[in-house]
Design a protein around this ligand. Structure first.
Ligand SMILES: C[S@@+](CC[C@H](N)C(=O)[O-])C[C@H]1O[C@@H](n2cnc3c(N)ncnc32)[C@H](O)[C@@H]1O
Length: 331
């Protein structure tokens, strides 16, 4: 990465509007650090690389990359910062792979997984929390919904300025619009529970990855979410969903979800479930613990597509700081 130390034409935030050619010049710079305090970006500092802005969580990360802190943090108009597409946070370097004993919170695990990624990849369903991505990687974002649809129904707590604009429309069930064997990595963080056929999703990911490519999955642990009263989805059910997809089976997930996870009163139950099903309301179709997910991966590895390495890690710490478990599969 080339670090730029240069004069900031935006040091006076009152300079508005920004000349588009100046904006384009900035957007094409290899790496700059920008902040737009008096705006929706508040105090957040961003490392801006090749058109994407990555939230910086500590000054140490930047000094490791050769930036001077705080001299290289430049004031920018919100319009310029908003022109960069959101990217994941800048991960810490994890030189020796995944040191599991040091993983004490969810973001630390995510960063550890991210540090082993390289090349070109796809993140599906980044929402407003794109996965941490080493700046050396090139990442494309995909979602089953358009940006407009994502903006119309943001998840609780999502800031619109953090919402990633999908580069492609694709469904994790099939991963259409992506060439086979084209990806060095594929990330799906809190997405697989939204798929009707998770075994099919993992098989599709296998096809899209190059040999040696990595699939990174982050999955809510049902015991740590609103799914805790639902039964673990049995492996036979998942196998059936893969072998013979069936709307009736999908419908029963809606009934279970609205009975046990987000209960709807009995008098409105049938109508509301039918409406949510017809509208494709985003439920968690299937629910897992770390162990039941590992069993599913074992089945996939033996009967569906052979991975060269399958690694899983249970949720860390307590549920106030981590509700998810992890899997990395190497093709
Ligand atoms: C719960 S959000 C997760 C956002 C973010 N990754 C995170 O961890 O906070 C799920 C995202 O995945 C997308 N999504 C859900 N089901 C999907 C599917 N079958 N294929 C592609 N994207 C899907 C949703 O539109 C949404 O953007």
């Amino acid at each position: 990465m080339i670090v730029s130390h240069f004069e900031n034409p935006f040091s006076d935030p009152a300079v508005q509007p920004v000349d588009p050619t100046v904006m384009l010049d900035w957007l094409s710079r290899e790496a700059v650090i920008l902040q737009s305090r008096e705006s929706e970006f508040r105090e957040q500092v961003y490392l801006c690389v090749r058109g994407r802005r990555h939230p910086v969580v500590s000054a140490a990360r930047l000094t490791e990359m050769g930036f001077r802190w705080p001299q290289d943090v430049q004031a920018a108009p919100a319009r310029l910062l908003g022109s960069y597409a959101p990217g994941g946070i800048v991960p810490r370097p994890w030189a020796d792979g995944i040191a599991t004993e040091s993983l004490t919170d969810a973001m630390a695990v995510r960063e550890a997984l991210a540090s082993s990624l390289s090349g070109f990849g796809l993140e599906i369903g980044a929402g407003a929390s794109p996965f941490p991505i080493p700046p050396r990687c090139r990442v494309m974002y995909g979602d089953r919904l358009t940006y407009e649809q994502l903006c119309a129904e943001p998840y609780p707590g999502q800031r619109l300025c953090d919402l990633v604009i999908p580069d492609i429309l694709t469904d994790f069930d099939t991963i259409e619009n992506v060439a086979d064997e084209s990806l060095d990595f594929l990330i799906a963080c809190h997405v697989i529970e939204h798929t009707r056929n998770p075994i099919g999703s993992i098989a599709a990911a296998w096809r899209k990855l190059k040999p040696g490519g990595r699939l990174v999955l982050v999955v809510p642990d049902k015991e740590r979410t609103f799914d805790r009263d639902r039964p673990v989805t049995p492996i036979d059910h998942l196998i059936q969903d893969h072998a013979s997809p069936d709307h009736g089976r999908d419908y029963r997930h809606y009934e279970e979800f609205f009975r046990l996870a987000m209960p709807i009163p009995e008098f409105a139950f049938a109508d509301e479930v039918a409406r949510h099903f017809a509208e494709g309301y985003a439920i968690h179709y299937h629910v897992w613990t770390h162990d039941s997910f590992a069993d599913m991966l074992d089945h996939i590895d033996r009967h569906v597509c052979p991975w060269t390495h399958v690694w899983t890690h249970p949720a860390v710490a307590d549920e106030s700081s981590c509700i998810e478990f992890y899997a990395v599969l190497v093709k």
